[in-house]
Design a protein around this ligand. Structure first.
Ligand SMILES: Nc1nc2c(ncn2[C@@H]2O[C@H](COP(=O)(O)OP(=O)(O)O)[C@@H](O)[C@H]2O)c(=O)[nH]1
Ligand SMILES: [Mg+2]
Length: 329
């Protein structure tokens, strides 16, 4: 099986609940009916029910109506093709200005991970540092284990930092993953200063010439000031130790929380220097349309999707394979 088809078949499995409701639902709604305004309105309702969100749904429905009125969509099956094409376009292009206050231009969607650049003088490449953030239970620690496995498959040397010193059991949870994956974990005391752990981890990463350092953090809400400041401190400590760090700050969002995930993406994209989203637990929801909603309003690109609880259940997000998987039989 080729690389591309392998990705698609894994995604298809992960998206099975969403495909069952949204895409099968759309097909049974659309096919066999006469294409008219009433049908397009029914499609609007179904998109909203699948958490595609107001912004993205409006974009999809408006363009369908325009094309219908212009005589470009004739039969109901044309509408299905139209939706598929425009979902792909929306996932590729990201937000329009509307709905994202303060965002001057839609940023291009780059699913590429940002990595450390070699020092121009020495040619030595510092470790790439990935800071992982998000609210409690979003799937940060699990996503870190998956990322570690992802880099290990590429034969990269990985180090983990247990900077969630806040929640009991959090350090141990990361350690267990480390043992399972054969990846070392730098830790401190529970209840200790997470920035101190970040400091130790950055030092160790540089000294041991690791390729990737992934930093776990305590769950926090964008409204919790002290915790947000703590995150800032971790951010600064990493930057002082390793040039350009953190190179990537990933926000983990739980797909099963629906519109709440959307709100977090909007909030974080206003304030935090988040560079990418990991959308976790897509396997656990029939409302996977949330990824389209997020893409339509958040100025942060989705970089990975999580589709299960094992270390292999993480895929780099790619609009083409995503749409293929979503709309396939
Ligand atoms: N089904 C499913 N469960 C997940 C996924 N990612 C995380 N989880 C589960 O979500 C729960 C919380 O995850 P955890 O990584 O501890 O969240 P954290 O508090 O953000 O670190 C755990 O039970 C994980 O197994 C996923 O992609 N799919
Ligand atoms: Mg955790």
């Amino acid at each position: 099986m080729g690389f591309f088809s392998n990705i698609i078949s894994k995604l298809k499995d992960g998206l099975s609940k969403t495909r069952e409701t949204l895409v099968r639902g759309l097909k049974s709604l659309i096919l066999g009916r006469t294409l008219d305004d009433a049908l397009i309105e029914d499609v609007r309702r179904m998109l909203l029910e699948a958490d595609v969100g107001v912004e993205a749904t409006t974009r999809l429905i408006d363009s369908a109506k325009d094309d219908f009125n212009a005589g470009k969509l004739k039969e109901s099956k044309d509408l299905l093709e139209h939706l598929k094409r425009h979902v792909r376009e929306l996932l590729q292009q990201g937000p329009k200005q509307a709905g994202i206050p303060g965002e001057p231009e839609p940023r291009p969607l780059s699913t590429e991970l940002l990595v450390a650049k070699p020092d121009p003088a020495t040619g030595i490449k510092p470790p790439t540092v990935i800071l992982v953030t998000g609210i409690n239970g979003a799937g940060k620690t699990t996503s870190i284990a998956k990322l570690a496995a992802y880099f290990r498959r590429q034969e990269k040397k990985v180090l983990l930092a247990a900077c969630d010193t806040f929640r009991a059991g959090a350090v141990r949870q990361l350690e267990i993953w480390g043992e399972r994956l054969g990846v070392e974990v730098i830790k401190g005391q529970q209840g200790g200063d997470p920035a101190a752990v970040a400091f130790d981890a950055a030092k160790a990463a540089a000294a041991r010439a690791v390729d990737v350092l992934i930093v776990d953090t305590a769950g926090r809400l964008q409204t919790q000031d002290p915790l947000m400041r703590q995150l800032e401190k971790i951010y600064k400590v990493l930057g002082k130790q390793i040039p350009g760090a953190p190179h990537e700050t990933l926000l983990v969002l739980d797909a099963t929380t629906g519109q709440n995930a959307l709100r977090q993406a909007q909030e974080f994209s206003k304030s935090a220097p988040v560079t990418g989203i990991v959308l976790s637990k897509l396997d656990g929801t029939a409302k996977g349309g949330i990824i389209i909603a997020i893409r339509a309003v958040a100025s942060i690109p989705v970089k990975f999707v999580g589709t299960g609880e094992t270390p292999d259940d993480l895929q780099p997000f790619d609009p083409d394979s995503f749409v293929e998987a979503m709309f396939s039989e």
